[in-house]
Design a protein around this ligand. Structure first.
Ligand code: SF4
Length: 463
């Protein structure tokens, strides 16, 4: 586990539309990158096509992957696009199948996005389980440009054979520039101990040294987006789209807490769970959320941090440090394992988010770096083997409740670590390795394919 941590905080937390970071945000970014590459080469296509393969094909309809790549080909960005226009985009292009292409125009129809048969393009046949191919054609059907992209989880994308351009170009040099050296959790805790500071403060200083962007300003935007999402989610009622008939619960649970209808001892966890419902219901409806570290698992970190920030009146600096602590846990997992449900199952999504929230909460409550590491370890350890099996390919069931359960697990993990001497048998680094190996061993039916687990529960014979 010596690979450098090249994932920046401001890339791990990415603002974008629901319902999926790997199946919505990532494909939109990939299609937009393809458009930019074509424009840079002066290519004006007569026609465009995007082929979705692997998990993007298996569950992409429920995840809105088709409208996301259409938006990317239009040049829309996940963090700034109009989410209502995005939902309507397939219908808009069906009526008027033409898009602006530089100073000219190109034909684009919703049917130009193809879900290739999953049986012909399964996980094991592809460079990555989430693969898409973008092609620009001339008027005779000749190929002008073709690129294959992988959506690697959390909204990150890589062109097949290349690395994500969002990361710094010279990660080793950048790490040296901060004077802080860590590549795994053990070296991170050692660096914090040596500097006699918290993990959050250390990581924040590190990020400010290595990232050319304004990190504080970026974290403010991320925190504001998280708060706005919770507020919106609490105000919405009714049934979520997609056909499962799932009712929104966030506002109702919050109202019960406000009315004193939940046990006093459970109230703060219940409030955080209401916040998690709010975020994940917004995500399921295609609203704007923050990957933390993915869209499907977007509720846990903001829910836990918002509840404790309100209750303890945390200031912005404390919030920044909490986001940094949670973020570095996500970055470690991304570097040494995966955040992608299609690669390692839900342990990479909800498991990672739970570990991030547990670490941040433990630190807020006064945990030493060793205890913070322990909190993350407990949280991930007790999510090992968690499968990805969303019903109808929608990020609703079990995803929404699973985030609420992640909140409770994060609280328990933080408390168990806090009220310990910090000593534990298995390190967080080792748990990350086990998570990756468990994901590799997991049958593909349980990795965002809709072929196993709860996704087929409705078809199982009664016992
Ligand atoms: S089951 Fe987990 S990994 Fe799969 S879509 Fe839902 S939240 Fe994401």
């Amino acid at each position: 586990m010596s690979a450098p941590i090249t994932t920046r905080l401001l890339d791990l937390y990415r603002i974008g539309p629901g319902p999926s970071s790997s199946h919505t945000v990532g494909p939109m970014r990939a299609a937009r990158a393809f458009r930019e590459a074509a424009l840079a080469q002066g290519i004006v296509p007569a026609r465009l096509r995007v082929d979705l393969m692997g998990s993007l094909s298996a569950t992409g309809r429920g995840h809105g992957t088709d409208r996301a790549v259409l938006a990317g080909l239009l040049g829309w960005r996940p963090d700034t696009c109009d989410v209502d226009a995005l939902l309507a985009l397939p219908d808009t292009l069906r009526e008027q199948p033409s898009i602006e292409w530089g100073a000219q125009s190109a034909t684009l129809h919703p049917d130009d996005v193809r879900f290739l048969p999953y049986s012909a393009y399964r996980h094991e046949d592809l460079e990555h389980p989430n693969t898409l191919r973008c092609t620009a054609f001339d008027t005779d059907g000749g190929v002008l440009l073709e690129q294959t992209w992988c959506s690697t989880g959390g909204g990150f994308v890589e062109e097949a054979g290349a690395s994500d351009g969002a990361s710094l170009a010279d990660p080793l040099g950048a790490i040296d520039a901060s004077g802080v050296h860590f590549h795994d959790c053990e070296s991170l805790v050692a660096a914090a101990d040596q500097a006699n500071t918290s993990i959050g403060a250390l990581v924040l200083a590190h990020e400010r040294a290595v990232d050319k962007r304004d990190v504080r300003d970026g974290l403010d935007r991320i925190w504001d987006a998280m708060q706005a999402c919770i507020r919106r989610g609490l105000e919405q009622h009714g049934t979520l789209p997609g056909g499962l008939g799932l009712r929104r619960r966030a506002g109702e649970l919050n109202a019960r807490i406000e009315a004193g209808d939940v046990e006093a001892g459970y109230a703060h966890i219940a409030r955080a769970q209401a916040y998690a419902f709010a975020v994940n219901e917004e995500n399921a409806a295609g609203g704007r959320v923050v990957t933390a570290p993915t869209n499907g698992a977007a509720g846990i970190v903001p829910a836990v941090l918002t509840e404790v920030a309100e209750r303890l009146a945390l200031d912005r600096d404390q919030v920044h440090r909490a986001l940094a602590t949670a973020g570095v846990i996500g970055a470690l997992i991304k570097t040494h394992a995966s955040l992608s449900g299609a690669e390692v199952g839900c342990q990479g999504e909800v498991g990672s988010a739970t570990a991030m929230a547990a670490a941040a909460l433990c630190e807020i409550l006064g945990g030493t770096p060793a205890k913070v590491e322990y909190a993350a370890e407990i949280a991930m350890e007790h999510n090992l083997g968690l499968t990805c099996d969303p019903l109808k390919g929608l990020v609703q069931a079990p995803c929404i409740e699973r985030n609420a359960m992640g909140v409770a697990k994060a609280w328990s993990a933080a408390q168990l670590a806090l009220h310990s001497d910090g000593m534990h048998l298995v390190s967080f680094d080792r748990v990350i390795q086990v998570m990756k190996r468990t994901g590799n061993d997991m049958r593909r039916e349980y990795k965002e394919t809709g072929e196993g687990g709860l996704a087929v529960a409705v078809n199982l014979p009664e016992c």
